[in-house]
Design a protein. Structure first.
Length: 171
């Protein structure tokens, strides 16, 4: 069967544009959803590069979570790169450490631009609660590969129990 260019990730991107200063919820997965991103050395490189991209104005990371087979980000896009180029940079700068762990990035990524009336709390909680809902951590422990910007942590902390999820949030 020949490859149909009207389908797949490229078709999803057709007609879309990146809007600087817009908020995006991103999910970037490993190839074939192979686990390994949560290895401490791999997660550190992903977190460090995402922060470097914040420092140089590519984006502002509001919330970031590294799971075993995917990464969730809530970012505000900067002026420097399109959303596709920013994700491409994240993948390129982290691919060497993934290769050493016998991993690779999936070809595309998933994004959703948040609208002004979207509930940011729902997105923050979705990202934060992901490892707990997946059964990777007991609710009495902290997931080590999570970052939240100080401005967001101040109000998010009120939704948590000593930086841990309330059990009723996990249902």
């Amino acid at each position: 069967m020949a490859f149909d260019q009207s389908r797949g990730h490229a078709a999803l991107r057709r007609g879309r544009f990146s809007q600087p200063a817009a908020e995006y919820f991103l999910t970037v997965c490993t190839d074939r959803r192979c686990a390994g991103l949560a290895l401490p050395n791999v997660a550190k490189v992903i977190l460090d590069e995402a922060h470097a991209m914040s420092a140089d104005g590519t984006w502002i990371v509001q919330s970031l979570l590294v799971m075993p087979d995917h990464v969730h980000l809530l970012i505000t896009l900067g002026e420097r790169l399109s959303i596709a180029k920013a994700v491409q940079r994240l993948k390129a700068k982290t691919s060497a450490v993934l290769r050493r762990a016998n991993l690779g990035w999936e070809r595309g990524f998933y994004d959703r631009q948040l609208r002004p009336d979207d509930d940011r709390l729902a997105v923050f909680l979705y990202i934060y609660l992901n490892p707990y809902r997946a059964g990777l951590m007991p609710d009495s422990s902290k997931w080590p590969h999570y970052h939240c910007r100080d401005e967001e942590r101040a109000w998010l902390r009120g939704m948590l129990n000593a930086d841990r999820p309330y059990p009723e949030r996990l249902k």
